[in-house]
Design a protein around this ligand. Structure first.
Ligand code: VG1
Ligand code: CO
Length: 546
């Protein structure tokens, strides 16, 4: 069809709500299915990129509801906007870290990731889209700001009038004048993992009859990756990976690997017959949860232990330059960095802030309290990577997860840590709460046995390019090392979510094995008093505690 090669110009008018949040544009599926909504955003990206004409892009998503339609729309628009070539995962599937790797490996110009991550999916669930740049990482704020500005003045988008492309088999296709290559979503990623970890040692561990593990893919994207790597390559018993088939609605659950949403897995690690190792990943495969028998590794501790054991892992031995963590993440990793004499960085929430530090070689590991850990192997957090890293540590030390944690705390002290989320708050109420917290005069005030030594609204200046980001959350530090952080979520799709991050440092090994919520009880009370959350919203308790 000759006509299909000529871009069609479609008139449109702006939507006013296309500002990317912590991780791309995230809205309900009904919002994304409004006519022209996705098209406007994608065109705004093309209009903001210096020059995507003649370049290669990578496109893939976590398989959630609307993934398949969205990919066809993006492919047509890419062709109409002059993109030369697109690599797309078979059936439109690619995990977020796999997209990042493919961009880097192929030298692509960038890529689109389709996912709302840990948010639920389905016709009434959430959808999302994110643009990643040539380093494989999320677009920096300078670009997302430009996209938002473009979305407010958009008047037309470009597309082709072509039938849907078959993405179910591997190999080359053409769409208009654009080449489309349907690639195996797993192969390149699995090969990368093999270069980083001691697969022989992990394989020996997984085959031991006395080592019992489970990986819960939560009906999301990591199922095929985990099966290929853990079961097929490393020889873990069949059935080690559960909920391994990606479903458009994740089986009706939140694909969010935490103590609340992966409760069944947590249960399987409890008691004398509990699993030795449990792990889970989220909707798009970039988050992870690590469990041992009767124990849970906070993501903040996970980052610290990963850094502390770098010498045991082939891809990292002898080259640890530094560690970065998002501001609300506990200071556990800083303590390891200090001891090792390497750099420690504190960034705003969201993986896009790690990109420059990784590119500049200032850090090798990055982590967020929200079940995100990763390294310089890609420019996204990476769920399965973290699981393989932990298996590598277990295999090389011969210790259990609980033993590793206890030894780590004895050496560095323990950062008791928890996050309390209040979801679906009235946006105006939540904004007022934050404004009052910012304005409060807290320095020097006492709360119980603690006095406030730090009170600010976190701002960050990127040490690589000097870009400044303000308003990233209210930090309240106390004289005994405890800390409370308040911030509003930037990934929700309705109302506001208040996140309260609580941590208390304990140096004494005799007091490092208490129940976290009990240890934090007085800090929780202080956080409630400071914010007035109950009086303001009528909420006596958080919706989710992790
Ligand atoms: C949350 C987490 C943040 C994470 C982001 C994206 O953001 O707190 O640490 O980077 O989700 O993760 P917020 O703004 O809701 O707190 V994912 O797995 O969506 O890509
Ligand atoms: Co995610």
């Amino acid at each position: 069809m000759h006509e299909s090669r000529v871009p069609t110009v479609i008139s449109t008018t702006p939507f006013d709500d296309q500002k990317p949040g912590t991780s791309g544009l995230r809205k309900s599926v009904p919002a994304f299915r409004q006519p022209r909504y996705l098209e406007n955003f994608v065109q705004s990206v093309f209009d903001s990129l210096p020059d995507a004409r003649g370049r290669t892009l990578v496109v893939g998503g976590d398989g959630r509801f609307f993934n398949a339609e969205a990919i066809q729309i993006i492919l047509r628009m890419a062709a109409a906007n002059g993109v030369a070539r697109v690599l797309v995962g078979r059936d439109g599937l690619l995990s977020t870290p796999a997209v990042s790797h493919l961009i880097r490996k192929t030298g692509a110009y960038g890529g689109f990731v389709l996912s709302a991550s840990h948010n639920p999916g389905g016709p009434d669930g959430d959808f999302g889209i994110k643009y990643n740049i040539a380093n494989g990482g999320p677009a920096p704020e300078s670009l997302t700001d430009a996209v938002f500005a473009a979305s407010k003045r958009i008047a037309r988008y470009l597309t082709l009038e072509t039938p849907d492309l078959d993405l179910s088999t591997l190999g080359p296709r053409t769409l208009g004048e654009m080449a489309v290559e349907v690639v195996d979503p797993v192969a390149d990623y699995a090969a990368l993992m093999e270069t980083l970890f001691d697969f022989a040692a992990i394989s020996a561990l997984l085959k031991r009859p006395d080592f019992r593990m489970r990986f819960d893919a939560m009906h999301a994207i990591t199922g095929p990756y985990a099966k290929a790597i853990l079961e097929d390559r490393l020889g873990a018993p069949k059935g080690t990976v559960v909920n391994a088939t990606p479903l458009p609605d994740f089986g009706g659950h939140h694909p969010d690997p935490n103590l609340v949403h992966a409760a069944e897995l947590v249960e399987a690690t409890r008691g004398p017959k509990g699993l030795d190792f449990g792990a889970a990943s989220d909707g798009d495969g970039d988050r992870n949860m690590i469990l041992g028998r009767d124990c849970f590794v906070t993501p903040s501790d996970s980052l610290a232990l990963i850094a502390a054991h770098a010498e045991l892992v082939p891809g990292y031995a002898g080259r640890l330059s530094g560690v970065a963590r998002s501001m609300p993440t506990s200071r556990a990793a800083d303590r390891v960095a200090a001891k090792l004499g390497v750099g420690a960085y504190e960034t705003p929430t969201g993986w896009k802030f790690f990109g420059n530090l990784l590119d500049a070689g200032k850090v090798v590991f990055c982590g967020e309290e929200s079940f995100g850990t990763g390294s310089d192997h890609v420019r996204e957090k990476d769920g399965l990577w973290a699981v393989l890293y932990w298996l590598n540590i277990l295999a090389k030390t011969g210790k259990s997860v609980a033993e590793l944690l206890a030894a780590h705390w004895a050496e560095y002290g323990r950062d008791y840590y928890s996050r309390h989320d209040y979801e679906g708050l009235d946006t105006a109420q939540a904004n007022a709460l934050m404004a009052d917290l910012r304005a409060a005069k807290l320095a020097g005030r006492r709360f119980g046995h603690r006095a406030v030594t730090l009170h600010d609204d976190f701002a960050y200046t990127d040490p690589v390019n000097g870009e400044r980001t303000a308003g990233q959350g209210v930090r309240i530090g106390f004289d005994d090392g405890a800390r409370i952080v308040f911030r509003l979520s930037g990934t929700g799709t309705s109302g506001a979510t208040l996140r309260i991050y609580l941590e208390h440092y304990e140096a004494d090994p005799a007091r490092q094995h208490a129940e976290t919520q009990a240890v934090l009880a007085d800090l929780i009370a202080t956080a409630k008093a400071l914010s007035g959350i109950e009086d303001r919203t009528g909420r006596a308790a958080p919706d989710v505690v992790t």
